[in-house]
Design a protein around this ligand. Structure first.
Ligand SMILES: Nc1ncnc2c1ncn2[C@@H]1O[C@H](COP(=O)(O)OP(=O)(O)OP(=O)(O)O)[C@@H](O)[C@H]1O
Length: 339
C-alpha cells in the first residue's frame, strides 16, 4: 500500500471533561500520525476514549471538554490555532467525516443531489452542472446504480446501507486528504457492515487518502488496517503495524481483545470466544499505574506504582505499555493461542 507523506500529526493529545465528581481524563497524551494512503484503525472497548479522540481531531468536542496538544497538524497546517470558520472549511474540504447514523448528517428536507452539489458549490468555484456531474460520478463510485435518478430522492427514501453509501460519496465531493470514520456501520445490518467498511478502504486506497477508522470489528481491522492503535482507559496501550499487532499482540489487553473476537484465518473453528472479565475503570480523577491492572491476569504489585510508559516492542515502530518484557508477554500470547 502506498505510504509516505504524513497527512496528520498528533502529539500529546489530551481531552479532559469537568464532571460532577471531578475531572474526567478521557484521552491522555496520545501520539500518532497518518500518512497518505494509510489506514489507521483505533480499537478498544466502549468508553476507552476513541470517539472523543476523533472529535478532538475535528474540533467537534462537547463544549465543556478541554482539548490540549503539543502538536496537531493536517498537511502541515496547525489545527490548534485556527479560527472557527477556517476549521469549518477544513472539515468540509480536506477532512472528511463519517458518523454512525447517516440520518443525523443528511438533511431530510433536501434531495441527495441538492446536498451533494451544495458541498462542492460552497467550497469550490464550480458550476452547478459540474457539481452534479461529480455527484453522479461519486455515487457510481460507491456502488449506487442509476445514480442520476437517485439525485432527486430524499434521504428517507433510501435504505440504511444506501444512505451510508451516499454519505461516503458526499464526503468525497471535495476530495478530502483525510477521512475520519467513527463506527460508520454500527447502525447497519451485520451483512452490510463489512461491505461498507471494505468499500471505504477500497476508495481510500484509490484516492490515496489517509483513513482513521474507529471500529469494534476486529475482523475488518485485520483486513483493512495498515496500522493499529489499541486504546484502553484513555491511553494507547499498544500500537504498530497491523500484521504485528495481530500476529504478535504484546499487551495483555490486546491479547484479551483478540481472544474475544473471531478473526478470519486466526480463530480456529469452534474455538471458544471469551470476554475480558471486569469493566473499564472510571476515568474521573488520577488513575495510578497501569490502567488495565485490575483486569489483567498477569498483574503484579509494580503494575500499580507510578506511570507505565510506552516501550519499544519486538518490531520496528511497535510499542506497548506494560512492565513485562516482550518475550514474557509473547510467551503468554502463545499460551493463550493468540500468537
Ligand atoms: N459529553 C460527555 N460528558 C462527560 N463524559 C463524557 C462525554 N462524552 C464522553 N464521555 C466519557 O468519556 C469517556 C470516553 O468516551 P468515548 O465516547 O470517547 O469512548 P469510546 O471509546 O468512543 O466508546 P464507544 O465505543 O462506546 O463510542 C467515557 O468514560 C465517556 O463516558
Amino acid at each position: 500500500m502506498a505510504q509516505g507523506d504524513t497527512i496528520l500529526e498528533v502529539e500529546n493529545l489530551t481531552v479532559d471533561i469537568p464532571v460532577p465528581g471531578g475531572m474526567l481524563h478521557a484521552v491522555q497524551g496520545l501520539d500518532f500520525s497518518v500518512s497518505r494512503g494509510e489506514t489507521l484503525c483505533i480499537v478498544g472497548e466502549s468508553g476507552c476514549g476513541k470517539s472523543l479522540t476523533s472529535l478532538a481531531l475535528m474540533d467537534l468536542l462537547p463544549k465543556k471538554a478541554i482539548r490540549k496538544a503539543d502538536r496537531l497538524t493536517l498537511e502541515g497546517e496547525d489545527l490548534l490555532s485556527l479560527s472557527e470558520s477556517r476549521m469549518a472549511d477544513i472539515r468540509g474540504n480536506s477532512m472528511g467525516m463519517i458518523f454512525q447514523e447517516p440520518m443525523t448528517s443528511l438533511n431530510p428536507a433536501y434531495t441527495i443531489g441538492d446536498q451533494m452539489e451544495e458541498i462542492l458549490l460552497r467550497h469550490r468555484r464550480v458550476s452547478r452542472r459540474e457539481a452534479r456531474e461529480r455527484a453522479i460520478y461519486l455515487l457510481e463510485k460507491v456502488g449506487i446504480t442509476a445514480a442520476a435518478s437517485r439525485l432527486g430522492q430524499y434521504p428517507h427514501q433510501l435504505s440504511g446501507g444506501l444512505r451510508q453509501r451516499v454519505m461516503i460519496a458526499m464526503m468525497l465531493m471535495c476530495g478530502p486528504k483525510l477521512i475520519i470514520a467513527d463506527e460508520p456501520t454500527t447502525a447497519l445490518d451485520v451483512t452490510i457492515q463489512a461491505q461498507i467498511l471494505l468499500l471505504l478502504a477500497e476508495l481510500q486506497k484509490e484516492f490515496e487518502m489517509g483513513l482513521i477508522l474507529i471500529t469494534h470489528d476486529l475482523g475488518v481491522v485485520a483486513r483493512v488496517a495498515d496500522r493499529v492503535v489499541v486504546m484502553y482507559a484513555g491511553e494507547i496501550v499498544e500500537e504498530g503495524a497491523a500484521t504485528h499487532v495481530f500476529e504478535r499482540p504484546t499487551h495483555p489487553y490486546t491479547q484479551g481483545l483478540l481472544e474475544c473476537i473471531p478473526v478470519p484465518g486466526k480463530t480456529k473453528r469452534g474455538a471458544h470466544l471469551g470476554s475480558i472479565p471486569g469493566i473499564v475503570p472510571s476515568l474521573v480523577g488520577d488513575l495510578r499505574g497501569c490502567h488495565f491492572a485490575e483486569r489483567c491476569r498477569y498483574a503484579m504489585p509494580e503494575c500499580r506504582q507510578g506511570d507505565i510508559a510506552l516501550r519499544a516492542g519486538l518490531e520496528e515502530e511497535h510499542a506497548y505499555r506494560c512492565v513485562l518484557e516482550p518475550d514474557v508477554t509473547m510467551a503468554h500470547a502463545r499460551e493463550r493461542g493468540v500468537a
